[in-house]
Design a protein around this ligand. Structure first.
Ligand code: PEP
Length: 252
């Protein structure tokens, strides 16, 4: 099996006690799967404690935050800055999840500002893009995704390649009402995204990891994973229990 990135965003779920218990179990599990690189993205308020737990177990598990502001400090009530997340020892910043775009006014342009800020501070931005059901219906998914990706990566230099990841998460596939994507569609879209990264960066663009997310589960993970341009899986509900996450690892 090729090297893959496997991770989960908990969204607004789990108490701190539950998050710590999950992390404790997951750090034990992942030591059995050295072929994968794992990450978890808990709610902000749990990050300090989970960082301490990961470090105390000397685990390779990477820690992410679900959002970030692009300024270092300022009059932005309720927001969290890259500097504050750096202090905690967060590794990854998830940027542009469709729920942030849908409910919290995230745009392609703020995704770009946040991506640049994350890189400036030495984080790994995990840039999320996704087409809507309407985009799919009207046959414009590829244009929409190319646009999102080009704006997100505007001014990101080629020497940042390898320091950021991109997740394709079709909005229509995400969450309890999501429809899992057919494997050939995932392959087709990821090949298209690879064409876009090559258009932007030349051959070096092949070095940008492309993760897939949206109703990934025990049945479909093994269908998506072998595709050349699927470099990881970004999993929600099916990875929120350590044993169901491990079932997916085993299936690959
Ligand atoms: C997500 O929202 O990023 C996600 C992948 O969720 P789920 O797997 O639960 O559809």
């Amino acid at each position: 099996m090729k090297k893959m990135f496997l991770g989960t965003n908990w969204k607004m779920n789990k108490t701190t006690a539950e998050g710590l218990s999950y992390t404790d179990a997951l750090t034990d599990i992942i030591s059995k799967y050295p072929e994968f690189e794992f990450f978890i993205i808990p709610p902000y308020v749990q990050l300090w404690k989970i960082r301490e737990l990961i470090d105390s177990k000397k685990s390779t598990l990477k820690l992410g935050a679900q959002n970030v502001h692009y300024e270092d400090a300022g009059q932005f009530t309720g927001e969290i800055s890259p500097t504050q997340l750096k202090e905690i020892g967060v590794d990854i910043l998830e940027i542009g999840h469709s729920e942030r775009r849908q409910y919290f006014n995230e745009t392609d342009y703020t995704v770009n500002l946040k991506t640049l800020a994350a890189l400036k501070h030495g984080f790994t931005p995990l840039v999320c893009i996704g087409d809507s059901m309407q985009d799919k219906k009207y046959g414009v998914s590829k244009e929409v995704l190319a646009r999102q990706l080009k704006i997100a990566l505007h001014d990101v230099p080629a020497d940042a390649i390898g320091k950021f990841w991109v997740a394709y998460e079709p909005v229509w596939a995400i969450g309890v009402n999501g429809i899992p994507a057919e494997a050939p569609l995932v392959n087709d879209i990821h090949n298209h995204l690879r064409d876009v990264t090559v258009e932007l960066y030349g051959e070096a663009g092949r070095g940008i990891p492309l993760l897939f997310g949206g109703s990934v589960n025990i049945d479909n993970a093994r269908q998506y994973a072998p595709f050349e341009n699927v470099n990881g899986l970004f999993i929600g509900r099916s990875a929120w229990q350590p044993d169901s996450f491990e079932a997916i690892m085993k299936s690959l």
